[in-house]
Design a protein around this ligand. Structure first.
Ligand SMILES: Cc1cn([C@H]2C[C@H](O)[C@@H](COP(=O)(O)OP(=O)(O)OP(=O)(O)O)O2)c(=O)[nH]c1=O
Length: 207
C-alpha cells in the first residue's frame, strides 16, 4: 500500500483530550482541525525544575508526566481517548529559563535574551491506550538588542506572565524578535508540523 492510499483509508480524528490549560495549544489544534471536539483536561503536576537538568530533559519529563497524570484522572467515558500533552521551555546556553515569577523577574529574563539567540523547545506526547509517540522540536529565536525601557514597557503590558521566557511571539512579543529558524507554532507551544506527522502514525488523518 502506498502512502496516499494508506492516508485516505485512515479514520479522520474527531475528538481528542488536550491535557493542557494553555488556550494557545487549543487554538493551534483548531487551526489544523476546526471541527475537532477538544476535551480540555489540564494535568495538575509539579513543574519545578530539578537541579542540573537540561532544557531537553525537562520538557521531555514534564510532557510525559502531564500525559501520565491526565490518563490516570480521565473519567470513565473518556478512557481510551487519544490524549495530547506538551511542555515548552525557553533555553539559553543549555539552561531552561522557566516562567517569570514576577514582573521584575520577567524584565531580568528578557534582558538576558536581548541581542542573543536562544532555543524554544517543546516536547509533545500523543498517547492512546498502549500506543504512545513523543517528539522534541527546537526552534532558534534571536532577539533584537532591547533597551531596559523597552523591556519594562513590554512587561507592563502583562503579556509575560504565564509564558516561558517571559514573552509571547504570537502577541506584542513579536516586536522583540529579530528572526526565527524553525517552526513558529513550536514557539507558541505546539509544533503543528509534528502533530501532522504523528497523527497518521497514531492511525488518524487530519483532513
Ligand atoms: C516563548 C513562548 C511561550 N509561550 C507559552 C506556551 C506555553 O503555554 C507556555 C509554556 O508553559 P507550559 O508549561 O509549556 O504550558 P502551560 O503552563 O501554558 O500549560 P499546561 O502546562 O497546562 O500545558 O509559554 C507562548 O505562548 N509564546 C511564546 O512565544
Amino acid at each position: 500500500m502506498n502512502h496516499n492510499q494508506h492516508y485516505a483509508s485512515l479514520p479522520r480524528l474527531e475528538s481528542l483530550v488536550l491535557g493542557s490549560a494553555s488556550p494557545r495549544r487549543r487554538d493551534l489544534l483548531l487551526q489544523l482541525m476546526p471541527d475537532l471536539a477538544i476535551q480540555v483536561h489540564p494535568a495538575d503536576i509539579d513543574e519545578s525544575l530539578l537541579g542540573q537538568e537540561s532544557g531537553e530533559a525537562l520538557v521531555l519529563r514534564l510532557a510525559a508526566a502531564k500525559a501520565a497524570a491526565v490518563i490516570a484522572s480521565l473519567p470513565q467515558k473518556l478512557q481510551g481517548s487519544l490524549v495530547l500533552t506538551a511542555d515548552t521551555e525557553v533555553v539559553q546556553n543549555g539552561q531552561p529559563l522557566g516562567k517569570p515569577q514576577s514582573p521584575e523577574h520577567a524584565v531580568e529574563l528578557l534582558l538576558r535574551l536581548s541581542g542573543q539567540s536562544h532555543q524554544v523547545k517543546t516536547a509533545l506526547v500523543l498517547q492512546q491506550g498502549p500506543q504512545r509517540l513523543q517528539r522534541l522540536v527546537t526552534t532558534e529565536v534571536t532577539f533584537r538588542q532591547l533597551s531596559v525601557e523597552e523591556v519594562r514597557a513590554y512587561v507592563a503590558t502583562g503579556e509575560s506572565a504565564d509564558k516561558a521566557g517571559g514573552y509571547g511571539i504570537q502577541g506584542r512579543g513579536a516586536a522583540l524578535v529579530a528572526s526565527i529558524r524553525g517552526s513558529y507554532t513550536n514557539v507558541v507551544g505546539l509544533p503543528l508540523e509534528a502533530v501532522a506527522e504523528l497523527l497518521p502514525q497514531m492511525g488518524y488523518r487530519i483532513f
